[in-house]
Design a protein. Structure first.
Length: 372
């Protein structure tokens, strides 16, 4: 069972009404049943430092209180002034260009500032570069690592390196096939992909040819969204998946792949883009070819929400990536403090289906931080 967005919204609003109290790190989050169960990494506890008493304004060290959006975080008031940093967290990110990862970075930065932790940021487009970056951060004596693998190749190497250095690892969006992590934070992409593909199936009246624009083959979200959409479409014997091709989460590649697949399969009526960038690129390719396709995506990018509102994309699924970044910081600090026993092996949030009927509820709310 995944952690519901509704429950986190309620919890976040409750925090906004709290009076100033001392921060407590003793609260235990509700465990989530895991389909993948990484083991808990050993942790190292740095010497404690003194932070401003303003950091005790709200109990953000309870993971249940971590806001979903920038709007909710801002409702808690300004960040405290820290007289000293309590420790250093490293963030090894997958790429600098994708808005989804930028939303995670903003969440990490904003929550770390509120809890008086320093963050070292590194981004990489390939596994070798990312491994070198993690080695550099470990040499700088980070106290915890937030890790988003840049791809499937060599994804485990940074995790095992951190394990050897006794540094706890928090995996976000993607999880390495081996090595010890404290927790894995992500959208629940299997039911999420099933929901958006079910919406597409109904939108094309349960029949016709569809194509998939895939993400990086072998990565965690690719695996989950392949499973979820496949499960949904299997219920419709008159729907045929006539083409699949990866576009590596990229909009330009999504345009090119969709153009080629539409030329190869001119009877296509539906397109599933495993990310919003690819879905928007596919919608642009269809429009350029003079075709009307039922296009669905996944991520909830601000640009995709606007495309849904404008009728260019039919639906998407919001992943609250800003929340993922904030939650990763809280879990990293709990791990630094040796309080891992109550952290679930997986923390999966059910994404939100957004269509033209409800898109106005989500535009500009800050699911992607300052991006919208």
């Amino acid at each position: 069972m995944s952690i519901s967005i509704k429950g986190r919204l309620i919890a976040a609003l409750a925090v906004a009404a709290m009076v100033a109290t001392a921060c407590s790190s003793s609260a235990t989050p509700t465990p989530v049943p895991a389909t993948v169960a990484p083991t808990v990494a050993p942790v190292a506890t740095p010497a404690s430092n003194t932070a401003s008493t303003a950091s005790a304004a709200v109990d953000l060290m309870n993971p249940a209180n971590v806001p979903m959006t920038l709007t909710e975080l801002n409702a808690l008031g300004p960040a405290p002034t820290c007289t000293d940093t309590k420790g250093t967290i490293g963030l090894a990110d997958a790429t600098l260009s994708a808005p989804f990862f930028e939303g995670i970075r903003q969440g990490v930065s904003d929550m770390a500032a509120r809890l008086c932790y320093k963050v070292i940021f590194q981004t990489a487009d390939d596994g070798t570069q990312q491994t070198n970056q993690v080695q550099q951060m470990l040499a700088q004596h980070i106290n915890a690592l937030i890790y988003i693998p840049s791809g499937a190749d060599a994804a485990s190497v940074p995790v095992t390196a951190a394990n050897s250095a006794n540094v706890p690892v928090i995996a976000v969006d993607r999880v390495a096939p081996s090595g010890k992590v404290v927790t894995f934070i992500a959208a629940d992409s299997v039911p999420g992909a099933a929901a958006v593909c079910e919406y597409m199936a109904k939108g094309i009246n349960g029949k016709g040819d569809v194509i998939w624009i895939e993400g990086q083959v072998g990565t965690t979200p690719w695996q989950a969204r392949t499973t979820g959409c496949g499960q949904a479409l299997a219920k419709y014997p008159d729907i045929h998946i006539v083409g699949k091709q990866p576009a590596d989460w990229d909009r330009t590649k999504g345009f090119n792949v969709a153009r080629d697949l539409l030329q190869a399969h001119p009877t296509t009526v539906g397109i599933f883009g495993m990310s919003d960038d690819m879905a928007v690129g596919a919608a642009q390719a269809a429009a350029a070819a003079g075709k009307t396709e039922f296009v669905v995506g996944f991520d909830g990018l601000p640009t995709a929400l606007q495309a849904v509102k404008d009728g260019k994309v039919n639906a998407t699924m919001i992943q609250p990536c800003y929340h993922f970044g904030m939650l990763a910081v809280v879990d990293a600090i709990l791990a630094i403090q040796g309080q891992t026993s109550g952290i679930p092996a997986q923390q999966l949030t059910m994404p939100i289906l957004v269509t033209k009927d409800n898109v106005d509820q989500y535009l500009g709310k800050g699911y992607y931080g300052k991006l919208g």
